[in-house]
Design a protein around this ligand. Sequence first.
Ligand SMILES: NC(=O)c1ccc[n+]([C@@H]2O[C@H](COP(=O)([O-])OP(=O)(O)OC[C@H]3O[C@@H](n4cnc5c(N)ncnc54)[C@H](OP(=O)(O)O)[C@@H]3O)[C@@H](O)[C@H]2O)c1
Length: 242
Amino acid sequence: MNILLIGATGGIGSALTKSLSKNHNLFIGSRNNENLSTLKNSISTVNKLDSHIVDVCKFESINTFLDEGYNSLGSINCIINCSGSLLLKPAHLTSEEEIESIFRTNVFSCFQLLKGGFKFLKDSGGSFIFFSSAASKIGLKNHEAIASAKGAVSSLVLSAASTYANYNIRINAIAPGLVDTNMTKRITSNKPSLEFSKKLHVLNRIGNGDNFIPIVNSLIDERSDWITGQTLFVDGGLSNLK
Ligand SMILES: NC(=O)c1ccc[n+]([C@@H]2O[C@H](COP(=O)([O-])OP(=O)(O)OC[C@H]3O[C@@H](n4cnc5c(N)ncnc54)[C@H](OP(=O)(O)O)[C@@H]3O)[C@@H](O)[C@H]2O)c1
């Protein structure tokens, strides 16, 4: 399978890149070329593993990334967007620039990947995997910006999955709870807030990048060709259990 994966150098993205590269051809991206090279050099695979920088806040940059990915792999079966950003603030303290940046990184990125990626998948079918969040389902304090953005990702998945079903293009999202990555370092490096966060998850632990490998492998499996329009929660129970 030929897979484009954005946000490959992040905590979840790098775990997925390392795992998926064992059985699939990958074209990976993020904003930092050095980090992409370091990641590629840490992986030994007989499959294709190529990269290109991309800024998901800019539609043109996404289009270039898609073109480069297609040129490198020859075809595209799946597009995975692991890029994202986090802002923890109450709404009244959130600036226009901050909310715009959160929506650009988390929502507009998925929108443009669909918009630009459609032409590469329309003849053969394929799938998109986006990242939502448990915060889109359960009300967490100071999550207004990210909760509304990730809620938009899940709603985008619903409508797009319906629109593109006729092309055999499946569109799903994965919604993590708190995962130990660079994005959440501020929370996890502070012992009291880490302990508090663990307790919000009924399994009493936070997640790690590897927790997302089985669900992604399952979603790209050809036998999963009846799963579309879903937001699948991989969240230690955060979104629905006490
Ligand atoms: N960690 C959690 O607790 C958690 C919870 C709920 C949802 N999620 C979601 O899960 C996904 C993966 O999160 P993560 O924890 O793995 O995050 P992470 O470790 O911070 O990684 C984020 C990745 O996205 C890339 N990125 C950020 N902004 C970008 C931009 N403008 N253009 C291109 N690439 C960009 C980063 O690389 P560069 O900075 O080098 O570009 C990095 O590769 C995200 O969508 C996140 O919102 C995470």
